[in-house]
Each structure stands twice: as structure tokens, then as C-alpha cells.
Design a protein around this ligand. Sequence first.
Ligand code: SF4
Ligand code: FES
Length: 332
Amino acid sequence: MKVTIDGISVEVPDGTSILNAARVIGGDIVPPAMCYYSKLAGSGGKCRTCLVKVTQGSEKDPRPMPKLVASCRTNVMDGMVVQNITSPEVIEARKGVVEMLLINHPLDCPVCDQAGECHLQDLGFEHGAVKTRYEFDRRTFNKIDIGDKIQLHMTRCILCYRCVYVADQITDNRIHGILNRGDHSEISTYIRKAVDNDFSGNVIDVCPVGALTDKTFRFKQRVWFTKPVEAHRDCENEKCKGHVTLWYKGEDVIRVTARKDVYGEVEDFICNSCRFDKKKTSDWVIEGPRKVSHQSVISANHYDSLKPLPVVKTNPVLQEANKTQFERETRL
Ligand code: SF4
Ligand code: FES
């Protein structure tokens, strides 16, 4: 099937979604996806951030589609022509979707552990309005304790359903889900139970916002002050490959996560033992520093230009003036 997205043509197999066809091309033309997750069957169709315009339905029937469509849920047809970032209508609609997602989302990025790797933060930066038009009370929820490893902040949830699919498809025994309907929908455990099974920690990795975060990493460090390193171990759990990213602060591993691809999706789900119990360097075989995109806030403080210039290295007065920077560099 030949599909053209923002003027770039690509051949993809029958049954490929527009979003995945765009991912074959890669780069800026790939629509953002807050709920679709290629490793989770049935995901997608909830958030509408991936809207695109189909200006030609197919070679056989060249009529445009009457409305913008969710690219994660619409399959390509031979000869289809799609617009994403080249369509002002799509950009405007995406702005509206971001406004909707932010209606109830608290502005607590300064204290949220997901800050710096939050997809909603990125979307807000790219498409968000400076001011909100919403005048009503925000949704609030009673705090629910879901165990000693995972923190739930329901006010931050965008109801993407990814964590529910993880519990359904990756763990043996789902005990949490979405309760109630409409504005009252919330992530919860059925009878106030701790979310606890070998793969429950993966809900943290798939959550696109800071609604589910790692309690063992909570408030420990801003992610851009850490140093991610790829590592692996022979995991005793046969379903876990033990391929992870270790997040270092100085000598200490302060967090373990699954490895994520350019779309923020995990390459392999990992077990709780790798994630929560193996926080010593000696537990792992280190492969090397993780490649971080230079646009990512995580790469802040890792730029070469931050290294002291040669003249600073040899001048004691300048060294004193740059003391903080020197110290930071040795810590990182
Ligand atoms: S808690 Fe996170 S992963 Fe689960 S539905 Fe809400 S936003 Fe999605
Ligand atoms: S990613 Fe397509 S609707 Fe959410």
C-alpha cells in the first residue's frame, strides 16, 4: 500500500495504521500519541492527540475524509494522502485536544517526578495555550493507596487506559482498572488493594503523564540531573529479559526503568525484581551510556559546551568562578 504523509510517500503492508506508516517515515511528521502503545493490543482511540487530515481517501476513491481522523485507529488505503504538520486545521485541532487534556490536569510539573519525560508536558510546550479558558472547579479525587512501590496521582491521569491494558495483558491478575463513568472515571483498585504482582511496575513506564510514578524514586532527583546507562542481567523470571536503563546520580543507581524507544514506548517489559530490588551496579552488566536525543531535557547538563573551556581549566580565578559548574560536572 502506498501512502503519502505530508508529501513523503512510503510503502507499508495492508492493515497498517496511518500512525505506524508515519513512524516508518519517522521525524517531525509522526503524530503524537498519548494513548496508543504498539505493544498493547487494543490501545489507542482515547486521547485524540494523533488526529490527521485525510485529503485523499485512496487511489480508487479519491474523496477526502469529511472529518479529521485518529491516525492510530485508521488504516491506510492504497494511494491515501494524509496531512499532519502541513495542515493548519490539524494543528488547530491538536491545540484544542491539548486544552481539553489540560482542563483538569494540575500545573504541578515543578514537583512532579514525571517532569522532563512527560508527554503531556511536551505537548503543552508545543501546542498549549498560555492561559486556560476553563472557569469551573477542577476534578479532585480522594487519595488511594495502591501499595508501597507505585504512587497514584489521579488528578494527573488523562484516562489513556494504557495501565489497564498492561495489567490485562502483561500481569496475571488485574486488580485495578477504570471505575465509574464520564467525568467521574478514575483509576482505582477494586477493593482498595495494593497493585502487586511481578510485572505491576510496568504501569509506571507506560503512563504518559505523572499519574503513576515510582515510589522508590519519588522526590529523589530531577530526571535531567541523572545519568542514564544501558545495562542487563540474567533475570530469574523467564518472562523478563532484564534489559534496562539504570539512572545514576553520582555512584548510586536511583531508578531502574525499561528501555524506551524514540516514541517513549518500552522495548521490553521488565519484572518488579529488576525494577525495584536491583539497585546496585554489581547487580548489572553495564553496556554503556544511553543515547539521549539532544532535544530531550534529560540531555541538559550533558552538552559538551558545558565542559569548562580550556582557558577556564588553566585559570584559577575563572575556576573559582565556575566552581558550581565543575562540581556539577564531576557529580554527573
Ligand atoms: S494512570 Fe496513567 S497510564 Fe493509567 S489511564 Fe491514567 S494516564 Fe493512562
Ligand atoms: S494516540 Fe490516537 S487517539 Fe490517542
